[in-house]
Design a protein around this ligand. Structure first.
Ligand SMILES: NC(=O)c1ccc[n+]([C@@H]2O[C@H](COP(=O)([O-])OP(=O)(O)OC[C@H]3O[C@@H](n4cnc5c(N)ncnc54)[C@H](OP(=O)(O)O)[C@@H]3O)[C@@H](O)[C@H]2O)c1
Length: 286
């Protein structure tokens, strides 16, 4: 029996946190998580917007995943100070508490620590964020590694599931034979939340520390994705109308996409980045 056997998720009600909880339970390991929902019991409640953080981790934690954050790029852009308090200052307070207890931390970061100019940066490439959200992630990465290089940073591209809201809206309209609009000049590199949860758990269990990348194998435009979805549900591709993102989206959202090179996953686990079109097809509910 391992001495420290349970896993902790800070922000266990997040999209990725919930998938991680399910995966850990499937692996028959104990899991404990925090939430900022008021209905939570006293030891589960953790609000990173609070002026006074009083929190202590449960005993015997094998590893802690840090999922809690303000994840909206636009909200970070519009409210830099407010979001920095949550995503940097108070995140760092919790991370210090975990570090003092010698709990290995897996911090969830983003491909937005890069500016999109380099193709396929690997885990050792220099970062250069251009959005406030990317800047906050970059700052936290540096703080975490300064605290102890044995901690883990996992940079993610776009994570999707069967309940990805944009796909749900598109599918509903397409099934009603209504037109949908999708950006031909705006890209993503999706990976499924199930895959992310599995890989995060394997990385934590391996306790190798350092920087890891999880990404799809290439970039795909939202227009291409919409065409595949129309084909999957058996409706005419003429219902998908190509639009330009430049006319509609905020500049912060238009920063170029970075597809991450997942060198460490390949070398340590023999895992190649998943094919993006397969990921999109699997996200279309039957
Ligand atoms: N999803 C992606 O495509 C993606 C891509 C790259 C990186 N990431 C990173 O992965 C992590 C998880 O992302 P996600 O998409 O799963 O997140 P999410 O669904 O947007 O959930 C965000 C979580 O942060 C918590 N949170 C927000 N403000 C908080 C506060 N003041 N105090 C405490 N908790 C707070 C929320 O708590 P409640 O549930 O209690 O409200 C929620 O659990 C984040 O760090 C994100 O930046 C995600």
């Amino acid at each position: 029996m391992e001495e420290n056997n349970s896993y902790l998720i800070i922000g266990g009600d997040s999209f990725i946190g919930r998938a991680l909880r399910d995966h850990i339970i499937k692996e028959k390991k104990p899991v404990f998580w925090t939430t900022k929902r008021k209905i939570a019991s006293k030891n589960r409640f953790l609000d990173l917007a609070s002026d006074r953080i009083v929190w202590k981790p449960p005993p015997e934690v094998k590893a802690a995943f840090f999922c809690a954050a303000v994840t909206s790029i636009l909200e970070c852009e519009k409210k830099p100070e407010e979001t920095r308090k949550i995503n940097v200052d108070n995140t760092l307070k919790i991370i210090r508490i975990l570090n003092e207890r010698s709990i290995p931390i897996v911090y969830l970061s983003s491909s937005l620590v890069f500016n999109g100019e380099d193709c396929y940066p690997d885990e050792s490439a220099d970062t250069s964020p251009v959005t406030e959200y990317g800047y906050q992630k970059n700052l936290m990465e540096k703080e975490l590694i300064n605290l102890n290089p044995a901690h883990t940073i996992v940079r993610l591209s776009k994570v999707i599931s069967e309940n990805f809201p944009l796909f749900e809206i598109w599918i509903k309209k397409l099934k009603q034979k209504k037109e949908i609009e999708a950006f031909g000049d705006y890209y993503f590199s999706p990976v499924s939340v199930g895959y992310v949860a599995r890989v995060l758990f394997d990385i934590a269990r391996g306790q190798k520390g350092g920087v890891w990348h999880i990404s799809g194998n290439r970039a795909v435009s939202y227009y291409e994705a919409a065409l595949v979805i129309a084909e999957e549900i058996g409706v005419s591709s003429r219902l998908v109308v190509e639009k330009s993102a430049r006319e509609v989206l905020d500049n912060a959202l238009l920063s170029q996409l970075t597809v991450l090179k997942c060198s460490r996953l390949e070398s340590c686990f023999g895992v190649s980045a998943p094919e993006v079109m397969e990921t999109i097809k699997k996200a279309v509910k039957s």
